[in-house]
Design a protein around this ligand. Structure first.
Ligand SMILES: NC(=O)c1ccc[n+]([C@@H]2O[C@H](COP(=O)([O-])OP(=O)(O)OC[C@H]3O[C@@H](n4cnc5c(N)ncnc54)[C@H](O)[C@@H]3O)[C@@H](O)[C@H]2O)c1
Length: 252
């Protein structure tokens, strides 16, 4: 697929990887929509992009909310005359051990922490993929569903909820590649390793140093390196039903 003029909606586009994806796709000539729960982040993004000139479209949306997601896609399609790709990027972490023993006290990973990650990272991807595909099939346009999984899908300590969501995203991608091929729609996942964004900023410095020491590349990924993988996946029509790993050689 040619990126120029391609109509692409990026979830969680306000900051971090999502923001980088949006700016790089605009540079490549795509018509890009960005949604986020964080309105201030979207305002900042619009300023960075120079909204009017480059045709960036932004709106607030909680990807875990069905009604919100339905109107997100309805509005994007109405504004652009269709949709060619969605990048399921919005994601959160709420880390914790399943059961933690500290000074003889046992602490459980709360249902709230479990559910909030599942709501955004799994239900959010399901809802956005479903709505994108609904419009693609209705308008008989081919397209691509790109979902951001993670190296953590292999089972990262302290991330029961996140690992479950990211493994599910990889699995759903395989299902969709089979179901949607008759409509000319591809589904691909990208699994970044540790990448320098606001999300990883939250990791304690000593923990971060320990993580980096395990990465064969000797550093975290730059956002541009993950964005390059997104571009490859969007452009190459033979990439389908796979998880593209961009992790500096790290194995979990
Ligand atoms: N940073 C990493 O090391 C890393 C590694 C592997 C995978 N990932 C994945 O890449 C994606 C982006 O990560 P990031 O590091 O840029 O995170 P980030 O926290 O910097 O940005 C995430 C963005 O998503 C938005 N968001 C959160 N909940 C939302 C919701 N319910 N609806 C809409 N928007 C919402 C946030 O407001 C934020 O703008 C996530 O799916 C993450 O799991 C990140």
């Amino acid at each position: 697929m040619d990126l120029s003029g391609m109509r692409i909606l990026v979830t969680g586009g306000g900051r971090g990887l999502g923001r980088r994806f949006v700016l790089d796709l605009l540079d490549a000539g795509a018509r890009v929509g960005a949604c986020d729960v964080d309105e201030a982040a979207l305002d900042e993004l619009a300023q960075l992009a120079g909204e009017g000139e480059r045709g960036l479209w932004t709106t607030t949306c909680n990807v875990a909310d069905e009604a919100d997601v339905e109107s997100l896609f309805r509005d994007f399609v109405a504004a652009h005359g269709g949709i060619d790709a969605v990048v399921n990027n919005a994601g959160i972490t709420r880390d914790g051990l399943l059961v933690r023993k500290k000074a003889d006290q046992l602490q459980k990973l709360s249902l709230e922490k479990w559910q909030s990650v599942i709501d955004v990272n799994l239900t959010g991807v399901f809802l956005c993929a479903r709505e994108a595909v609904y419009h693609m099939i209705q308008m008989e346009t081919p397209g691509v569903i790109v979902s951001i999984s993670s190296i953590s899908r292999h089972g990262n300590m302290g991330q029961t909820n996140y690992t479950a969501s990211k493994a599910a995203v990889a699995a759903m991608t395989v299902v969709w590649s089979k179901e949607l091929a008759p409509y000319g729609i591809r589904a691909v996942a990208i699994a970044p390793g540790y990448t320098s964004t606001e999300m990883t900023e939250a990791i304690r410095e000593d923990v971060k140093a320990k993580i980096v020491s395990t990465i064969p590349a000797g550093r975290m990924a730059d956002m541009g390196e993950i964005s390059q993988a997104l571009r490859f996946v969007l452009e190459n029509d033979y990439v389908n039903g796979r998880v593209i790993e961009v992790d500096g050689g790290l194995r979990i």
